[in-house]
Design a protein around this ligand. Structure first.
Ligand SMILES: *[C@@H]1O[C@H](CO)[C@@H](O)[C@H](O)[C@H]1NC(C)=O
Ligand SMILES: *[C@@H]1O[C@H](CO)[C@@H](O)[C@H](O)[C@H]1NC(C)=O
Ligand SMILES: *[C@@H]1O[C@H](CO)[C@@H](O)[C@H](O)[C@H]1NC(C)=O
Ligand SMILES: *[C@@H]1O[C@H](CO)[C@@H](O)[C@H](O)[C@H]1NC(C)=O
Length: 347
């Protein structure tokens, strides 16, 4: 006759979990303390560091009201999945082109586990979708399965490669798109997207060709034609924005995507740089319009992360993963550097 006892203790556990989620973190049943994992990048010098995070990505999240946690790309798969289940979303950063998007690499395996996590989402109810349309995602009942993921530049490429299962067939190489601000044309699919449906006001600035704001610094592009021809990509992601990359010819290429069903967003350009990167060698627009547009994107991503109810098992465990355990290095002092600050994570 164990079962009544087990049932009562289960109820007590539920009550405890409810009290914990509603009081001890002052959450009041709405997650206003989102923690977003930032996937580390493989180090250039593995003898000195176990991974790195460019600090502007952390600031981009922090400026929108989130805390950043370190998500080590090389963590053992079980530990990695356990850590994901304590986070409210993940940011895949841009990074150096020495990183190979090899399907068997630890980095790509980590990206695959992150996308699998986002794909546990079971879909919105009608009322949840309406709350989001009303511009109030934070008011939506929290759920553990809504796990937003954002990929920037290398993160964008990594998502494309994981989804299409190869790099060679998917991305085209080019060297013309480094260090340039270029407009992004927003498509009509953006109207009903999670990313833009409440952000129609930034569309004209993103696509303004006379004062281009989105900063591009990549070697690879994905032409719209390639994307549309891949059933894996065009069958699961909407193209919300594209950019004409012009060398001898112009190639309209995909620069913003959102998954049809899951909260997976990615941009080929760098929304974190306008406010937070100061290298003189880069042609970045720092105007208040540019900063505001990119802040709208981080705000939207973080607001979706607030709908996720995951939490760490204890405050100590949470503290041990937060970025505050590390100090960024001021890399911008070197006039050749393309970053202002970088977290080099110890081995
Ligand atoms: C790695 O550490 C060694 C020893 O401290 C140092 O000489 C070297 O410059 C470091 N490399 C990098 C890339 O920081
Ligand atoms: C940056 O963009 C703003 C507004 O879009 C524009 O007015 C300004 O001239 C641009 N600045 C530079 C240095 O291009
Ligand atoms: C990946 O993209 C290429 C180019 O469009 C396409 O030929 C290929 O079929 C795609 N692979 C998959 C698995 O969809
Ligand atoms: C980036 O572009 C700016 C302006 O066009 C230029 O002055 C600078 O030298 C370029 N930097 C690199 C690293 O190519």
């Amino acid at each position: 006759m164990k079962s009544p006892f087990r049932f009562v203790s289960f109820l007590l556990f539920l009550l405890y979990a409810f009290i914990l989620s509603c009081t001890s973190y002052q959450v009041l049943c709405e997650n206003d303390r989102p923690i977003i994992g930032v996937l580390t990048l493989p180090p250039k010098d593995p003898d000195n560091y176990s991974g790195e995070i460019v600090a502007s990505y952390v600031k981009w999240l922090e400026s929108a009201g989130a805390q950043a946690a370190v998500l080590p790309y090389s963590l053992d798969a079980n530990e990695f999945k356990l850590l994901l289940s304590s986070l409210n979303g993940v940011l895949l950063t841009g990074g150096a082109d020495f990183i190979e998007l090899d399907p068997d690499s630890d980095y790509i395996k980590a990206v695959r586990m992150i996308l699998d996590k986002a794909k546990e989402f079971q879909g919105f109810s009608q009322s949840e979708r309406e709350a989001i349309r009303d511009g109030n995602p934070g008011s939506v009942v929290e759920r553990a399965d809504f796990f937003p993921v954002w990929g920037t530049c290398l993160g964008f490429e990594a998502i494309i490669c994981v989804e299409n299962m190869s790099k060679e067939d998917t991305l085209s190489q080019s060297t013309d798109y480094k260090n340039v601000s270029l407009p992004v044309e927003i498509t009509s699919e953006a109207d009903n997207s999670l990313l833009f449906e409440n952000n129609q006001d930034i569309i004209s600035s993103l696509s303004d060709a006379s004062n281009p704001i989105p900063f591009h610094n990549h070697q690879w592009i994905i032409p719209i034609e390639t994307f549309v021809n891949s059933y894996r990509l065009s069958g699961s992601y909407s193209i919300l924005g594209y950019t004409e990359f012009c060398g001898d010819n112009c190639t309209p290429s995909v620069t913003i995507v959102e998954h049809f069903l899951y909260p997976i967003f990615a941009t080929a350009f760098h929304p974190e740089k306008n406010a937070f990167e100061w290298a003189l060698s880069y042609n970045i627009n720092h105007s208040s319009i540019a900063v505001g547009v990119m802040q709208t994107l981080s705000q939207t991503f973080v607001d979706y992360a607030k709908m996720n109810s995951n939490m760490f098992l204890s405050e100590d465990e949470q503290d041990s993963h937060l970025i505050y355990n590390y100090s960024p290095t001021y890399t911008g002092k070197d006039s050749q550097s393309t970053t202002t600050q970088v977290y080099y994570l110890p081995i």
